[in-house]
Design a protein around this ligand. Structure first.
Ligand code: NAD
Ligand code: ZN
Length: 366
């Protein structure tokens, strides 16, 4: 595999008015940033051992900053945890003018970002992203929040961080499943973006993803998100393109009682969106096959034993349906997606029926 951009130690994206740094190791950049913007009053971190080690290192280097650790995971992305975070911040004397640093994956950026948005009506927050999902998706765009009993991400607010730091080094310890979760979102971004990003993924797909040139890939994937968010902060229009595959994915997660993870559901959702686009005359069979091949090569699923009826029922109650009608984001081509598309129920059901069967002509995983 060709080595790329070895000379570029640091990438910086300012599309959203705050810097998103990508480097092999972001420690130096982070410390320089903190020297400029002030010593943080607290570091909030995911209690995961690898994340904790990183947090302790940064805390020491930044001048003995108190580290507050929380056992996270999706089941703890709840208001009760937010309350514990807020209490702990009071305990170490975080003030209205303080800067707080969060470290962890997407659960951490959603939950700590939300806690800092409401703590004393808002303290400055910067996030060190340690998972692929946090780097390319969750930590960017200002959506923060927690889950309620009735569903995921039902309580929260829009609040931008003052900076995001993505260190490729952190990915080395990321568990395989968490890694795949991120790959699903990156493939989604590549379908939206098309061009070089999709072609690069096709070239890399046969190689183990941990060895991909992340210093090049992360900024490209982040760019897709920042461009969609920049013009549409509150998700009134174009930001919806980021939901490609997600109307199906959310329903699949719910119908499986969350035994199918978000990333796996996104892969199935991308297949379903492609099928729906094919059936409604939008997408070419050849490009659909390229998408499926990419998903299969990185080990994402294309088939589920869930009943199509159960998925359809879950879809009907999806919170993203607007005006009581289901709307889809569908590809017209790799690099050209359309949002707000309404489709006949029977066509949607037919597509869901196909998910029970393997796709034809797709190469098996390496
Ligand atoms: N706000 C948004 O716009 C947005 C977008 C996408 C996803 N999300 C949210 O992100 C969450 C999923 O994010 P995630 O996949 O990062 O989950 P996560 O934060 O739970 O991290 C996954 C697992 O990896 C561990 N981990 C994190 N970094 C590690 C590292 N460097 N080394 C070893 N282990 C590490 C975590 O402890 C956890 O066990 C979901 O709650 C989802 O709703 C939010
Ligand atoms: Zn997603």
């Amino acid at each position: 595999m060709a080595k790329r951009k070895e000379d570029r130690a640091l990438e910086r994206n300012d599309d959203l008015g705050y810097p998103i740094f990508v480097a092999q190791n972001v420690r130096d950049e982070l410390l320089a940033f903190l020297r400029l913007r002030g010593r943080p009053s607290a570091i909030l971190c995911d209690a995961n051992r690898n994340v904790r080690v990183l947090a302790e290192e940064i805390a020491q280097a930044a001048g003995n900053v108190p580290v507050l650790r929380f056992t996270l995971g999706e089941s703890r992305k709840r208001l009760a945890t937010v309350e514990r975070v807020l209490d702990a911040m009071v305990g170490v004397g975080v003030e209205r003018s303080s800067l707080v640093l969060g470290i962890g994956g997407g659960v951490a950026s959603d939950l700590f970002g939300f806690a800092c948005a409401v703590y004393m009506r808002g303290v400055r927050y910067a996030h060190v992203a340690t998972s692929l999902v946090a780097m390319v998706d969750a930590a960017i765009g200002g959506k923060t929040g927690v889950d309620l009993r009735e569903g995921k991400n039902l309580a929260g607010c829009f609040r931008d961080p003052i900076a995001v730091f993505c260190g490729v080094d952190a990915l080395e310890t990321l568990p395989a499943q968490a890694f795949r979760e991120g790959l699903a979102e990156i493939i989604k971004a590549a379908i939206i973006e098309g061009g070089d990003l999709f072609a690069l993924l096709e070239e890399l797909a046969p190689h183990p993803s941990r060895r991909w040139p992340w210093l090049e890939l992360l900024p490209a994937a982040i760019k897709v998100k920042t461009m969609a968010v920049a013009d549409d902060r509150l998700e009134a229009g174009a930001r919806a393109t980021l939901n490609l595959g997600h109307t199906f994915a959310h329903a699949i997660e719910r119908a499986s009682n969350y035994s199918i993870t978000h990333g796996n559901a996104v892969a199935l959702g991308l297949r379903a969106a492609g099928l729906l686009a094919l059936r409604t005359g939008r997408f070419s069979r050849d490009e659909h096959l390229r998408v499926l091949t990419l998903l299969a090569l990185v080990g994402l699923p294309l088939q589920t034993s869930l009943s199509p009826d159960a998925i359809f029922t879950a879809m009907r109650s999806d919170k993203k349906k607007s005006g009581g009608r289901l709307r889809f984001v569908l590809p017209r081509a790799i690099g050209d997606v359309e949002y707000g598309v309404e489709c006949a129920d029977r066509t949607v059901r037919a597509v869901l029926g196909r998910l029970a069967h393997p796709p034809e002509n797709v190469r098996a995983r390496r």
